[in-house]
Design a protein around this ligand. Sequence first.
Ligand code: ATP
Ligand code: MG
Length: 556
Amino acid sequence: MSDPAPVQHFIRTIIEADLTSGKHAAIATRFPPEPNGYLHIGHAKSICLNFGLARDYQGTCNLRFDDTNPEKETEEYAGAIQEDVRWLGFEWNGEVRWASDYFPALYEYAQELIDKGLAYVDDLTPEEMREYRGTLTQPGRASPCRNRAPEENRDLFQRMKAGEFPDGSRTLRARIDMASPNINLRDPVIYRIKRAHHIRTGDQWCIYPMYDYTHCISDALENITHSLCTLEFEDHRPLYDWVLDQLSVPSHPRQIEFSRLELHYTVTSKRKLNQLVTQGHVAGWDDPRMPTIHGMRRRGYTPAGIREFTRRIGISKSENVVDMAVLEGAIREDLETKVPRVMAVLNPLKVVLTNYQEGVTTSRGAGFHPSHPEFGEREVPISREIWIEQDDFAENPPAGWQRLTPGGEARLRYSYVIQCEEVVKDAEGRVVELRCCIDHETLGKNPVGRKVKGVIHWVSAAHALPIEARLYDRLFLDPEPDGHKGRDFLEFINPGSLTVVSGWAEACVNAAAPETRYQFERLGYFCADRFDHKPGERLAFNRTVTLKDSWAKEQA
Ligand code: ATP
Ligand code: MG
């Protein structure tokens, strides 16, 4: 991977200091997703950060599934996440890790806390516990179980594990400080009883450790040096440190928080994305309108473009709501120099070339990229009937119009200058065909005695390949769909976010394998769909991004 130089940020500064001072000989980071959904663009930021740091400082980065909520987690999600990390261009250190690999160790550590008088089994119901917890302004109250003796706690905890008590009837809580101004320290629950089938451990356990307790110990067991997470965990850091300070764990990683990425006109929450999928607002997690990595991939975004986007937005602690234009800009720039350019017509208007003459009217070759001759070239054949774009013709053109008009001239890209002689309409008065003549002296030459400025794209009807093109618009009509109190984000769904059209492309795209990308000249970048790709059927192309930014001007 030859990405541009990384941008300096406060986490790099911390790491550099730790390496210089000898606090660490090498760094170890981790990416810890919960396999309860597909990853989104926010996760891409975290992946590029964690794996990128490991790469930049010759350290390691683990992939660890935080699988402590058995009911929501699936193998499908875990598989998709691994695929996404690799697709983005990263490889984890050694085997995939699972928090569930540490269930036995976590159980032992819980017993250690119990023995030290630092954890107790509580019989409060969830409602009672909420009531005892207090509020931001009021301290919490001690549960009647708080002073249970370690032996009794040990016995009860073992019996929790053995399945003697119903779900939710008891918990194991860390014994910290019910009066702490930080509610996370008011004796947080570290184990709960839950009879749920786990994707890895099956029915082996009926008690499951909580995230905060699991995460810090997992980090410590893997000798992570810098545990990077998003800002909402800042208030959990004292708990992270408390747990590790009490226990005889092999290391004490440093938690560092950075701000979450949010993108305008979309949502970055697995729960909300799940809702879009399960309620059928999109076709699936990999719908190209989704901000998921699977969706972006299917749409045609490139790993290098996404990495470049995360490099540009940087890492900080300040709010990070980014315009879609920044993401699309990075993708567009990556595609600009990397993909071949061909012609396609998506709103076809038939043009009959009245003086087309077999053997006289010829074609020429055209390169696939103006500045990359090594991409090769293809023949651009012409025939008596061609397709042009409907909006490249105007009966009553506005001032400055350079494309076709009745009686007007335009150049067919890589071919002749044509002149419109006749406009054919249907019974409703719609233009259905143009009849044009070719200036046979203009193949690869300027016409004599006049200037023809307009150049339009086209395809030969006899040669063109039928295609389906999916044109995407923003998924939401509001820049912050989940930012309105009392209104559901689903209210802002854009009903016109997908338009499917039938068009024609140059025959050379016929060989396009799934995920082949093209620029369709003047229209945008397109990607052959990964899945809707059956031999003999018409090819489906997803519009990855338009050629020009369509976001900035609308927001201004
Ligand atoms: P979501 O809110 O979408 O469910 P999550 O934080 O619950 O996200 P995890 O699977 O726990 O999802 O996330 C794995 C890692 O990705 C975490 O370290 C988390 O901090 C990071 N992450 C998640 N969302 C974002 C985001 N929007 N921006 C940056 N990092 C993120
Ligand atoms: Mg999470």
